[in-house]
Write a protein of this length. Structure first.
Length: 462
């Protein structure tokens, strides 16, 4: 509401200024244009007076004539005197008997005709023929024009005030509808988002800046909801996997302690090795999750630099070779002995992308089949294909494999357990390294499918 008060003060300020300007300029206009109107009104009114005298032929009855003149002077505002003059401008009739038979010019030396009345004179006169030898002369106060002007100024002042008031009142309403209300709705929606409600929406239907802002705001809320959902899923998975790893370690520690007195050294070392492996896995999960969240929140960025993809893939193959052999699998690399240079984050590419994809291939491969890695370079693009023989992946499930919020985790071909967020993490980091990833599943027999995971990088050139 503070914005509303500020806008209100500004509008009131401009209202007063506008009011002043309107009044000043219109009053000047009225002053100039009204004078002609005053002359016309006086002449019309005086003609009516003369016609009434002529009609009643009061000039033939001196007593009634003087009575009529006296009545007119008393009832007509700004009418000072009325005289009946003869052809020589001698006063024949007047409400003031002492002026009768005197020359008009001797009584009113400085009085001017109506058309010349505005020369700082107190009075002006209007004359009209009554009979062949008689005429009527009316003496008016110059204040009449000033009075009319002031009256009209007052009337116009009221109209101006009403007009400006209505005009600015409409502006107030429009500002409230078009500006204040949308901002208030945004404020309320923001408060809900800060409390964790990311499903709220700003309902603006107008196609203007606020409509676009509302659209962007709703998209932001939707993105936040997705991000928070992914992070919550990631934390739930992490919590579950950590519980499994720590529970397994705890169980092995308990068994080792209970059997320590009669265990052979070989068995004891095996138990300790398993415990160490479980704890290492737990620590890796924690470290990876911390880095993943830091990158997602923008606290750290991937360090993209030139590196040879072939070298990294060979290192990853060495890590998974033994695990693959346990299922009767061979990892076969098909690549020319050249450099495959791309801008990547070496650590992330190795442990979060290639290791995850090879681990996934080993886990879901049907035993006694080969896993192929094909590395090729064409027209400035480096393509990596990891191919394994496993179960068919339906098309409607392929896109879900990259989502942290979709439930896609399943057991491997030998009952291996997984987290379900390996491929979503691969997808995230591949995008952050300006690359693309695609999945294709081709049926190659009953309950068999050729599953291809393809990553494409832009080749680095000096």
């Amino acid at each position: 509401m503070k914005l509303f008060y500020k806008i209100s003060i500004i509008l009131i300020f401009f209202l007063l200024i506008s009011f002043g300007f309107f009044y000043f300029f219109l009053s000047k206009t009225i002053t100039k244009e009204t004078l002609n109107g005053v002359e016309e009104i006086v002449e019309i009114n005086f003609i009516k007076i003369v016609k009434s005298i002529e009609k009643e032929k009061l000039y033939e009855n001196p007593k009634n004539m003087i009575k009529k003149i006296t009545t007119l002077e008393r009832n007509q505002n700004f009418l000072h005197k009325i005289f009946i003059l003869d052809s020589k401008n001698i006063i024949i009739f007047s409400s003031d008997v002492s002026l009768m038979n005197k020359s008009f010019s001797s009584v009113y030396k400085n009085v001017k005709l109506l058309k010349n009345k505005y020369n700082d004179n107190k009075y002006f006169y209007v004359t009209q023929k009554l009979t062949k030898n008689k005429k009527v002369m009316g003496i008016y106060s110059v204040d009449l024009a000033t009075h009319v002007i002031e009256h009209l100024n007052s009337v116009f002042l009221n109209y101006i005030f009403i007009f400006i008031f209505v005009f600015f009142f409409i502006i107030f309403i429009l500002i409230n509808i078009l500006l204040i209300k949308p901002i208030k709705d945004l404020e309320l929606t923001t408060k809900k988002i800060t409390k964790g409600d990311f499903n709220v929406k700003v309902n603006f239907k107008q196609k203007d800046e606020f409509g676009n802002l509302a659209k962007q705001f709703n998209n932001m809320a939707k993105s936040l909801d997705k991000v928070m959902s992914e992070k919550n899923t990631l934390l739930r998975v992490l919590s579950h996997d950590l519980t499994n790893q720590i529970g397994s370690s705890s169980s092995l520690v308990k068994t080792t302690l209970e059997s320590a007195n009669y265990l052979e050294k070989k068995d004891l070392l095996e138990y300790l090795s398993l415990i160490n492996k479980d704890l290492e896995n737990a620590q890796n999960l924690i470290d990876f999750t911390k880095k993943f969240i830091a990158i997602e929140s923008g606290k750290i960025e991937l360090e993209l630099k030139k590196d040879n993809i072939l070298t990294i893939i060979n290192e990853s193959i060495s890590t998974f070779k033994n695990k693959a052999k346990e299922k009767g699998l061979n990892i076969v690399l098909n690549a020319d002995k050249i450099e495959y240079l791309a801008k990547i984050d070496t650590t992330v590419f190795r442990y979060s992308v290639i290791d995850n994809l090879l681990s996934n291939a080993v886990k879901f491969s049907i035993p006694d089949n080969d896993i192929f890695i094909e590395l090729s370079k064409k027209e400035g693009e480096i393509n990596i294909k990891i191919i394994n023989i496993g179960e068919y992946i339906p098309k409607d499930k392929i896109n879900k494999l990259f989502s942290l919020t979709e439930k896609t985790s399943s057991l491997g071909t030998k009952g291996e357990k997984g987290t379900g967020f390996g491929l979503p993490i691969v997808y995230k980091f591949v995008k952050l390294m300006n690359a693309t990833i695609e999945i294709e599943s081709q049926k190659s027999g009953q309950n068999k499918s050729k599953n291809i995971f393809k990553i494409s990088f832009t080749e680095y050139k000096e």
